[in-house]
Design a protein around this ligand. Structure first.
Ligand code: BT5
Length: 253
């Protein structure tokens, strides 16, 4: 099933009962020329994915699973990273507005509630011969899911698990889209600082002892900063080092 609903700021929303992955579907629509602001929402994904091909788990009809198509010609290719931070801030603010709970942001793409992951964001880019063609921002928010598989139960939560209440998924979707379009305006005016500040204000990572796992190795040190390029800067025994990917664990709270 799909239907099309036009709300402010030229979002076109296509809704599906079931898809392999909203990101995969929207990447294809992007290739077919669909415009910036096209949104694909699914009640269920059969192959929902995270970074590095990892699985995104979501009980059908319980969570928000959607992707937004962007054609960010207002950003340089090395600035695309900022969209993940903008989306994180938009989701965090939408959750705070609608559910009235505190969120925490974890580098680079996680939103936490009660120190557990409530939302993950997956940014994927598509290139043509002439450069960046489009970007798809995939967002999975655990809304009404009551329990998770044993594999992730210790580190995942939902708005229901945190508050004991069920939420209208569409209400949260519209709030996120609204917040995101405002955040995008800020980026269009090249005020990256404001977006990054809203991200930093919700992150507890700075000055903390952390562990970064990436491609089979682990780096330990103190988180010094998040650079202008979105990379994490860690003070290690060998001095300051910069990383653009990896899985962070905070070793002290
Ligand atoms: C992410 O990856 O966090 C990005 C997830 C993006 C999902 C959305 S849903 C709509 C759109 N369509 C897609 O196909 N994807 C996007 P990453 O940082 O790699 O985290 C993945 C890891 O989080 C997994 O390996 C699990 O450990 C854990 N995980 C899986 N499902 C989860 C869930 N529902 N809640 C919390 N953690 C989860």
């Amino acid at each position: 099933m799909s239907f099309n609903l036009l709300i402010d700021l030229n979002y076109d929303i296509y809704r599906f009962d079931k898809l392999d992955s909203t990101n995969s579907h929207l990447l294809k629509l992007g290739n077919e020329g669909f415009p910036e602001g096209t949104v694909v929402v699914a009640d269920e994904q059969t192959m929902g994915r995270g970074r590095f091909g990892r699985k995104w788990e979501a009980e059908p009809l319980s969570n928000l699973l959607f992707s937004i198509l962007l054609r960010p010609n207002y950003l340089n290719p090395d600035e695309i990273f900022v969209l993940t931070f903008a989306a994180s801030v938009a989701v965090a603010e939408a959750i705070e507005d609608s559910v009235h709970i505190k969120t925490e942001l974890k580098w680079p793409n996680d939103i936490l509630v009660d120190s557990k992951k409530v939302c993950g964001i997956l940014l994927e880019s598509s290139f043509s011969a002439s450069g960046l063609s489009h970007v798809v921002l995939g967002i999975g928010v655990n809304v009404n899911q009551e329990k998770f598989s044993a594999e992730i139960a210790g580190k995942a939560t939902s708005l229901f698990i945190s508050t004991g209440k069920k939420y209208e998924r569409d209400e949260i979707l519209f709030l996120v889209l609204k917040r995101f379009s405002l955040t995008l305006e800020t980026l269009r005016s090249r005020n990256f600082y404001s977006v990054m500040k809203r991200w930093r204000d919700r992150s507890k990572i700075f000055g903390k002892k952390i562990k970064l796992a990436l491609s089979g190795k682990t780096i330990e040190g103190v988180c010094d900063d998040i650079g202008d390029d979105g990379a994490i800067i860690i003070l290690t025994a060998d001095g300051l080092q910069k990383f653009t990917a990896g899985e962070v664990t905070i070793l002290e709270t």
